[in-house]
Write a protein that binds this ligand. Sequence first.
Ligand code: CO
Length: 134
Amino acid sequence: MIGRLNHVAIAVPDLEAAAEQYRTTLGANVGAPQDEPDHGVTVVFIELPKTQIELLYPLGDDSPINGFLAKNPSGGIHHMCYEVDDILAARDQLKADGARVLGTGEPKIGAHGKPVLFLHPKDFNGCLIELEQV
Ligand code: CO
């Protein structure tokens, strides 16, 4: 069902400093910050040859990233995003297997303008999983 690793997301306490570290210290190709109000985050994508890193920073007081950074003040890996061909078919199969889909269970539009869903980390070895239809 899952295809390519689309990105690994890292929640960061200082988006500008993290982007600059990837640009200079790690020598990566770093994109511009984008606000994603539907998800309560500001994101910066870092292009790597086979995947991307998504730097996540809270946008707004009820951002889901606020709690994560409160528990992980220096930041940390937040989720992995896998590509799927058909997000509704993937969702239905996962739900039939007992996995919990976060939120309403309906896909939202993600940072790449494509439908995404998140799966409960307790059902996947402590790892929050994002599925993105490509
Ligand atoms: Co993501």
